[in-house]
Design a protein around this ligand. Structure first.
Ligand code: SF4
Ligand code: F3S
Length: 103
């Protein structure tokens, strides 16, 4: 699953769709972690979609990631500032790709 200490263990390598990206990044195979308060490990996400479909405040948006080995699309936490820390997405993701820093 996603490393909950990613912000200490990884480097912020920029921004995509208004969301911070934590490296290493080497597209199309390696896409890093997207988001800070709500963080999605793009290299683990298999595009299950349960997070996006069930988030009560619609934090997530689909983005295309052609040729990534795990899936051809991922969820971007574009509205992470709206997150109410319900933890539903963290609990529901089948591959533990999401970390929400509720502290
Ligand atoms: Fe949405 Fe809840 Fe996940 Fe926050 S913790 S992104 S509100 S499902
Ligand atoms: Fe990906 Fe998990 Fe959501 S696989 S689409 S982060 S439920």
């Amino acid at each position: 699953g996603i490393d909950p200490n990613f912000d200490a263990n990884r480097e912020n390598v920029g921004e995509e769709n208004g969301v911070a990206v934590w490296g290493p990044v080497d597209p199309p195979e390696k896409l890093g972690i997207h988001g800070t308060h709500v963080a999605v490990d793009y290299d683990i996400c298999v595009a299950d979609g349960a997070c996006l479909e069930n988030c009560p405040v619609d934090v997530f948006t689909w983005v295309d990631t052609p040729d990534h080995p795990e899936s051809e699309r991922k969820v971007e936490p574009t509205r992470e500032d709206q997150c109410i820390d319900c933890m539903l997405c963290v609990d529901i993701c089948p591959v533990d790709a999401i970390d929400v820093d509720a502290s």
